[in-house]
Design a protein around this ligand. Structure first.
Ligand code: FDA
Length: 584
């Protein structure tokens, strides 16, 4: 006898759990989400929100996307990325970040209908959670996951109701462990992990202070303060991070992981803030402090039968590159449509296996990237002369050496410039954010070889309709001249077929296959006098197939098949491909 039933039980209301719930409810799947606490994120945590994540929010609805922008600090306020001796003190260098360099901005604009922004988790999480609840998710706070058992038909989960102190059981067809970096679910299903937990120690100090006069003229989310003696996450700097411009802040301050965490009190926290700002009389309102560890740890397999893990449960890494919450939401976008298709009887259970096949390589990639970014602060310290001694006085002298007029100082200045510019791999890595390509049975390549990256794949997004890649964004136009992204036509929980005027037979076949397989396939014939017109020719340039060919996308906007020309029997071809994708 179980106390409650649902189709999908989700453990955790963080970015991964709340977005899973929102997506499943949007797709019409019964789901329940639980959180052991009675609150959502109560500290800002993740904040950099990249374009791919905004595309997930846009797919949830323009209202959801708009609300995110309403609460976010906009991209133009994000990008100066200052390195300095203190906010009051001398500036050492700067780099344009997060798509604000004019060249990078152009790439952002060409890549997506959405904008990168800074949305602290205290805003993102309620938005996702509210969306889920509005659309039918059953949410239980103060409910702690304890354990589960699974059988051939479902999963029985035991939880502690922290309001009554009693245990409750919940029966579901599937279970998602979105229970964060200490995931009990991942532990209990014995997911294999690689890497190491606890490679560094960091402390967060959250505070309120009006810093407008020090920062508003060089707006940024991150101000890196180089002060001999300061240390953060093993990288040797104090970080002043904007939470809300320009009166709410977070300082990230490192400590030696081999020593116990520092004893913090209000006076210590206030001193750290004043030192890094460089104003001994600054009025500071300390909100809270906490410690966290830097991890380098990822799961190499994400599922055990009916139980899946996602988010920090499977990728644990430092905040570098701002990938934590973004990747968690993107995990959910990958799994949710697959669960919906299986639960609606449209797909075989083997489709669910592709979640791990597609997302485990991403987990490895982003954990590796984030940790590499920490290491890449090294050349900045070397160039500043901070690595040869631990003595703060020697360090300060070396730091000031850059201001001399000697050849050595000139070399030092050049080394500083180069080392700072190289940090684009952390602060402007558009490719890391946008180039995710999947390789599994849910993307049918028919032997077409994956295109190489013409530019650095970490820095630059490269659009392609190669099956497995996300469909390229271009603007198409309706009769009134209003523009619509190709991403707006794709997604929405259904498959979408794009073809040209020469490929009308594909659209006709899509309607028949849709009915035959019981799966919605929206078909769009793009061309003059059609619903959408490619006035600029951008789609013709991006589609990489002929006008009579087609591109088929999955509900998560990734291409699952493309064909260059008309087929002899388009209905048979689409049936073959969809049966493969859906493991029917
Ligand atoms: P998340 O940890 O957000 O959520 C887990 C959920 O599971 C919570 O609701 C929790 O209560 C619930 N839960 C756990 N165990 C449970 C149980 N047994 N029963 C029921 N519920 C349970 N990232 C970044 O990109 N930039 C940053 O600056 C920071 N800073 C930062 C600071 C701090 C203090 C933390 C803790 C984390 C960060 N992060 C971060 C990481 C970022 O917050 C993280 O990547 C995302 O929150 C991951 O989202 P998830 O949903 O996977 O886990």
């Amino acid at each position: 006898m179980t106390d409650m039933t649902t189709d999908v039980l989700i453990i955790g209301t963080g970015p991964a759990g709340s977005s899973s719930a929102a997506l499943l409810s949007t797709y019409g799947v019964e789901n329940m989400v639980i959180n052991r606490y009675r609150w959502l994120a109560n500290t800002p945590r993740a904040h950099i929100t990249n374009q791919r994540t905004m595309e997930v929010l846009r797919d949830l609805g323009r209202d959801v996307e708009d609300e995110a922008y309403m609460f976010a600090a906009e991209q133009d306020l994000m990008g100066e990325n200052v390195f300095c001796e203190s906010l009051v003190g001398e500036e050492i260098g700067r780099m344009k970040s997060w798509g604000t360099h004019p060249l990078s901005k152009a790439e952002h604009l060409l890549s997506s209908p959405t904008f990168m922004n800074d949305l602290p988790q205290t805003f993102m999480e309620p938005l996702l959670f509210k969306t889920a609840c509005q659309r039918g998710t059953q949410a239980r706070m103060s409910t702690e996951y304890l354990s589960h058992v699974q059988d051939a038909d479902g999963v029985t989960t035991t939880c502690l109701d922290r309001l009554t102190g009693k245990e409750v059981t919940i029966r579901s067809k599937y279970l998602i462990g979105a229970d964060g970096g200490n995931s009990l679910v991942a532990d209990q299903i014995g997911l294999p992990f690689e890497g190491q937990m606890g490679v560094g120690g960091s402390m967060n100090i959250l505070f309120k202070a009006d810093l407008t006069k020090y920062v508003a003229h060089r707006p940024s989310v991150l101000y890196w303060v180089v002060q001999p003696g300061a240390d953060v996450g093993g990288i040797g700097m104090g970080l002043v991070r904007m939470v809300r411009p320009w009166n709410e802040w977070l300082i990230v301050w490192g400590y030696d992981i081999n020593q116990p965490p520092p004893d913090v009190d209000d006076a210590f926290a206030t001193k750290v803030v004043r030192d890094l700002v460089g104003d001994p009389d600054l009025e500071v309102d300390i909100t809270s402090w906490s410690t966290w560890t830097v991890n380098n740890y990822y799961a190499t397999h994400l599922q055990k039968d009916r139980v899946f893990c996602m988010g920090d449960a499977i990728h644990r890494h430092p905040p570098s590159n701002g990938l934590g919450s973004n990747t968690s939401i993107q995990d959910a976008f990958n799994l949710a449509w697959k669960l919906a298709a299986v639960l609606k009887g449209q797909a075989g259970e083997a489709l669910l296996d592709t979640y791990s096949v597609e997302r485990a390589p991403i987990a490895k990639q982003i954990v590796t990237r984030a940790n590499q970014s920490i290491g890449e602060f090294g050349p900045i310290f070397e160039a500043l002369g901070l690595t040869e001694s631990n003595d703060p006085e020697t360090m300060q002298k070396n730091l000031e050496g850059r201001c001399d007029s000697t050849p050595a100082a000139e070399r030092q200045r050049e080394a500083i410039r180069e080392a700072i510019a190289f940090k684009k791999y952390e602060f402007d890595a558009h490719g890391v954010e946008m180039n995710q390509r999947y390789k599994s049975t849910a993307a049918v390549t028919d032997g077409q070889v994956e295109p190489d990256f013409a530019l650095d794949a970490d820095l630059h997004y490269q659009p392609t309709t190669w099956p497995g890649a996300r469909i390229p964004h271009v603007w198409l136009f309706d009769h009134s001249g209003k523009k619509h992204s190709t991403l707006d036509l794709a997604g929405g929980g259904v498959f979408t077929l794009f073809t040209g005027l020469g490929g009308r037979s594909w659209a006709d076949a899509a309607a028949k296959v849709s009915e035959k397989l019981g799966v919605t396939i929206e078909a769009h014939v793009i061309g003059p006098r059609q619903e959408y017109v490619d006035h600029t020719g951008d789609w013709a340039r991006a589609r990489e197939v002929g006008d009579a060919g087609c591109v088929l996308t999955r509900p998560d906007q990734h291409v699952c098949w493309r064909h260059d020309a008309p087929a002899g029997d388009p209905e048979a071809e689409l049936t073959r491909v969809l049966s493969a994708v859906l493991a029917k």
